[in-house]
Design a binder for this molecule. Structure first.
Ligand SMILES: Cc1cc2nc3c(=O)[nH]c(=O)nc-3n(C[C@H](O)[C@H](O)[C@H](O)COP(=O)(O)OP(=O)(O)OC[C@H]3O[C@@H](n4cnc5c(N)ncnc54)[C@H](O)[C@@H]3O)c2cc1C
Length: 454
C-alpha cells in the first residue's frame, strides 16, 4: 500500500516516542545533570503573576540569592484586563498584554529558563525539565490552574473534550484561547454569543465571566451585531460583584444580555453550532427543561482544578489539587522547603493576579527569614486591608468600571481568609460603576505589568 505524507509523519512520531521511552526515568533514578545548590538556590516553577513577582522580590531583598524561574511558555501574556480586548476598547491590542521575560531577569539578575517541568524529586531537591535538571534549596511553585473538563462532562470522549476546548475556548488560561475568542468575535455574523461560567468550585478570577459578558455586549453594540449575549450559569445570580454587574447590565445592555441562573450544559454540537442545556425553574425543580440554542460564538469556561505540578511534587492537596498550606504561611504543609503561591494555594483568598503579587511579597519575606535561620511570624501584618483589589470593565462608551476590595485575615480556621467589599465610587452618581474606576482599572493594569517587567 502506498504511504502518503501524513502516514510518514505519523510513523515518524511513533518512532520518536519509542526512542524517547527508555529515557523516561524519574529524577532520582537517573544521574542528575543539575549543578549543586549553593545553599541559597531558589527555583521558581511558573513565570506568571506569582513567579515573576517572587523572583524580583527575592533578588531585591537579597542579592546573594541564586534565583531561577522555569516557565513553559516563551512569551508572557496577561489575563487581567483581557476582556477589554474582546470588548474592543480604545487602544487595546494584543500587544497590551505581552511581556518580555528577558527584560526583568536581566535587570534583577535572576535566571530565566524556557522549559516545561516534568518531574520534581523533593528528596533529592531536584526539578527535572525539558531543558535540564535544577537543584534547589527552596522551591517555589506558582503553576496556576488547569481545566477539569473531562470530570465535568464524563460522557464526552477525550477527542470531544479537545474538540470543544478548541471550538469554544475558555479564555481563562493566557495565550491562544484569547486570540481564538477575539478572532471568532471579529468574524461573527448576527447571532448569539454564549458564555458559560465554570459550573462549580473555586475558579480563577471569579468576576471574569461576568466582566466578559459586559465587554462582549459592548462589542456587539458598537459593531451593530444583532444578537444576544446569553449567560448559562449555575449560580442563580449569586456571583462576584453581582449587584454591581447586574446594575450595569440593566442600565447599559438590557436588550443584549440574557442571564439564565439555573442551567446545566449537556452537549455542544460544534458543527451545527448549537448548545443543549437544561434550564431549571428554581432550586426545587429537579427535572429541568431541555433547550437547544444556536450560537455564533461559544465561550465554555470549564471547571478549574489546580495545575498538575502540585501533585507532581507529591504535596498534600485538597480535592481539586490545590496545595495544603502550613498555617497562615505560604509554605506547603508537606515540605518546609517548598512554598506555593498564586492560584495554586488552598488559602481562602480569591485567586487573582493581585493576590498572587501580595502573596509573593509575603512569601519572599518568609523564604529569606528561613534561609537566614530567623523565625517568621506568618500572622505579622494581618489583617491586611485591601490586599486584593479587582476591577471589572462594564462599559465602553463611555468607559466605566466597577471594583471589589478584599481584606485578608487569619481567622481561627488556620487558613488565610478574604472578606470582600464592593464600594460605590464618589463619581458614580449613586451607581456602582464610574469613569474614574475605569481610569483606575487601566492604571492598575499598567502598574502590575510594571511590577513584573521593570
Ligand atoms: C479573563 C481574566 C481576567 C482576569 N482579571 C483579573 C483582574 O482584573 N485582576 C486580578 O488581580 N486578576 C485577574 N485575573 C486572574 C489572574 O490572571 C490570575 O489569578 C493570576 O495569573 C494567577 O497567577 P499565578 O502565578 O498563580 O498563575 P499564572 O499567572 O497563570 O502563571 C502560571 C505559570 O506557570 C506556567 N507553568 C504551568 N505549568 C508549568 C510547567 N509544568 N513547567 C513550566 N511552567 C509551567 C504557566 O505557563 C504560567 O505562565 C484574571 C484572569 C482572567 C483569565
Amino acid at each position: 500500500m502506498a504511504m502518503n505524507r501524513r502516514d510518514t509523519f505519523k510513523l515518524a512520531g511513533v518512532a520518536a516516542a519509542a526512542v524517547a521511552l527508555p529515557t523516561m526515568a524519574t529524577a532520582s533514578e537517573k544521574k542528575s545533570t543539575a549543578k549543586k545548590a549553593s545553599g541559597k538556590s531558589v527555583v521558581i516553577v511558573g513565570g506568571g503573576f506569582g513567579g515573576l513577582t517572587m523572583a524580583k522580590a527575592l533578588r531585591q531583598k537579597d542579592k546573594s540569592l541564586e534565583v531561577t524561574v522555569i516557565e513553559k511558555s516563551n512569551m508572557f501574556m496577561a489575563c487581567p484586563f483581557s476582556n477589554s480586548l474582546l470588548g474592543g476598547l480604545d487602544g487595546v491590542t494584543l500587544d497590551t498584554f505581552i511581556g518580555d521575560y528577558y527584560q526583568p531577569s536581566a535587570k534583577h539578575g535572576y535566571a530565566f529558563v524556557h522549559a516545561t517541568v516534568t518531574a520534581i524529586d523533593r528528596k533529592a531537591k531536584i526539578v527535572t525539565t525539558t531543558n535540564g535538571d535544577f537543584a534547589y534549596d527552596i522551591l517555589v511553585l506558582s503553576p496556576g490552574i488547569a481545566y477539569d473538563t473531562a470530570k465535568q462532562f464524563p460522557k464526552w470522549s477525550a477527542d470531544k473534550v479537545r474538540e470543544i476546548e478548541h471550538a469554544c475556548p475558555g479564555g481563562l488560561i493566557p495565550g491562544n484561547e484569547h486570540v481564538a475568542l477575539k478572532r471568532q468575535l471579529d468574524n461573527m455574523d448576527d447571532g448569539n454569543v454564549i458564555i458559560v461560567p465554570p459550573a462549580k468550585g473555586k475558579f480563577r478570577c471569579p468576576p471574569a465571566p461576568y466582566e466578559r459578558t459586559a465587554m462582549v455586549a459592548n462589542f456587539m453594540k458598537n459593531e451593530g451585531i444583532k444578537g444576544k449575549v446569553i449567560v448559562l450559569d449555575t449560580r442563580n445570580g449569586k456571583f462576584a460583584k453581582a449587584k454591581a454587574f447586574k446594575e450595569s447590565w440593566k442600565d447599559l445592555f438590557s436588550d443584549i444580555i440574557e442571564y439564565k441562573g439555573l442551567t446545566e450544559v449537556i452537549d455542544i454540537d460544534t458543527a451545527a453550532k448549537t448548545i443543549t442545556y437544561k434550564e431549571y425553574k428554581d432550586a426545587d425543580d429537579l427535572e429541568g427543561k431541555m433547550q437547544t440554542t444556536k450560537y455564533e460564538v461559544c465561550n465554555l469556561i470549564p471547571n478549574n482544578k489546580c495545575s498538575p505540578v502540585i501533585t507532581m511534587a507529591g504535596l498534600e492537596t485538597n480535592g481539586s489539587g490545590y496545595a495544603l498550606m502550613d498555617g497562615y504561611s505560604f509554605k506547603s504543609k508537606t515540605d518546609s522547603n517548598v512554598y506555593v503561591i498564586g492560584d495554586a494555594v488552598s488559602h481562602g483568598i480569591p485567586p487573582s493576579g493581585q493576590t498572587a503579587i501580595w502573596g509573593s511579597h509575603r512569601a519572599a519575606g518568609q523564604i529569606i527569614d528561613q534561609l537566614n535561620g530567623k523565625v517568621n511570624d506568618p500572622k505579622a501584618g494581618l489583617p491586611a486591608k485591601a490586599a486584593n483589589v479587582c476591577y471589572s470593565m462594564v462599559g465602553g462608551k463611555p468607559e466605566e468600571a466597577i471594583m471589589v476590595t478584599h481584606t485578608f485575615s487569619a481567622d481561627k480556621s488556620g487558613v488565610l481568609k478574604g472578606k470582600g467589599h464592593v464600594p460605590k465610587p464618589k463619581d458614580g452618581n449613586g451607581k456602582f460603576r464610574s469613569k474614574g474606576t475605569a481610569k483606575a482599572t487601566r492604571e492598575w493594569f499598567g502598574g502590575v505589568m510594571r511590577e513584573m517587567f521593570t
